[in-house]
Design a protein around this ligand. Structure first.
Ligand code: MN
Length: 345
């Protein structure tokens, strides 16, 4: 028995290096909530919630307002029975980023108590993962500059945001065609296109010989028929991100056979649903990628350990902490350019 003695929430604000523009919003900062679970033996587990209003309808204020409720609910439970804590926090489905932070903090405390790291507790499948870097929406010239810089910085995996202006999106892709040809490319429309626009976009790229490894969330999150239509008419694999928040969403996507890839984000699913989605995807022969919201290094740490532990991901899009101005690195992993390595113990 290792009882929880206290739970603490702290609001944190992080500025981005430059405003991050995607379909549906521009943000120049990220407001997160750090969670600490303290056990009676003094061990502390750390988590971070990075709430997304755009995707999940949640705000940091909602999380802060729940501090006392969470405290009274979790105090005296034992972290060694962590499934019980997962089952209770599963009820926080309206605030999934808080669910993620509490579940990870529980695993963090649990693993520390047994002298392990979370990735080992989750299976220890990999020693390292490689992240992409994201180019946001901007003028065509600035998008080209940014993609060039990402390549110069040594990234082999590049995510390119599209979805606000079809013509400029195509123009950008044609102009970077030669510099991205030996890179892995994820295109993310963040729900910005209709199914027909999405097909027009991919057909223009395909005709020019541009290779896209994943085409992410071309259409609105609730438009599962549209997603399926794009999937079966696109030359490139299609991924669900905003459409795939919970294991129930993923069950439906699998039943409908709407996508090739699921983008798991702990901030949408927590650890419990993310673990379920990994197994569901394997059973249905779907591929997986892992993404992030606006986590700092302490929050990205959660997804790095999840990805290392399960070894389930073809693509890792874990770069939010790399966009934060003066991120005081607090991850329990080694960031080495695009590589994120486990601290072997
Ligand atoms: Mn996405």
């Amino acid at each position: 028995m290792l009882k929880i003695k206290d739970v603490k929430f702290t609001l944190k604000k992080y500025k981005y290096d430059k405003p991050f523009h995607i379909t549906g919003g521009i943000s120049d900062e990220s407001t997160n909530v750090e969670v600490v679970i303290k056990c009676e033996n003094g061990i502390e587990g750390f988590g971070e919630a990075s709430p997304s209003f755009r995707v999940n309808g949640e705000k940091p204020e909602m999380i802060i307002a729940l501090e006392n409720f969470v405290k009274t609910t979790l105090i005296d439970l034992s972290i060694t029975n962590y499934r019980k804590i997962f089952d209770i926090t599963d009820k926080l489905f309206a605030i999934p980023s808080l669910k993620a932070a509490l579940q990870f903090a529980t695993l963090d405390a649990f693993s520390k108590n047994f002298n392990l790291q979370v990735y080992q507790l989750l299976g220890g499948a990999k020693d390292f993962i490689v992240t992409d870097k994201t180019a946001g929406i901007d003028t065509v010239e600035d998008r080209i500059k940014e993609i060039r810089k990402i390549i110069d910085d040594g990234f082999e995996f590049i995510k390119i945001k599209v979805g606000e202006n079809l013509k400029e999106d195509i123009d950008t892709m044609l102009k970077v065609k030669n510099i991205i040809k030996d890179k892995k490319i994820i295109i993310d429309a963040n729900m910005g296109y209709t199914a027909k626009q999405a097909l027009y976009f991919v057909n223009q790229l395909y005709r020019e010989g541009i290779d896209v490894d994943v085409f992410e969330q071309p259409v609105y999150m609730k438009d599962i028929e549209g997603l399926k239509y794009v999937r079966f008419n696109s030359p490139y694999p299609v991924a669900a991100d905003e459409s795939a928040k919970t294991k129930y969403d993923v069950l439906n996507l699998i039943k409908m056979d709407s996508v090739d890839y699921i983008n798991i984000k702990l901030m949408k699913s927590g650890i419990s649903d993310a673990l379920a989605i990994v197994e569901m995807a394997k059973s249905a022969n779907k591929k997986l990628m892992i993404g992030c919201m606006g986590e700092s290094s302490i929050g990205i740490n959660q997804s790095v350990h999840f990805a290392l532990g399960t070894g389930a991901f073809e693509f890792c899009d874990l770069d939010s902490h790399l966009m934060i101005k003066d991120d005081n690195f607090r991850g329990n992993f080694i960031q080495d350019g695009a590589f994120m390595r486990a601290k072997i113990s």
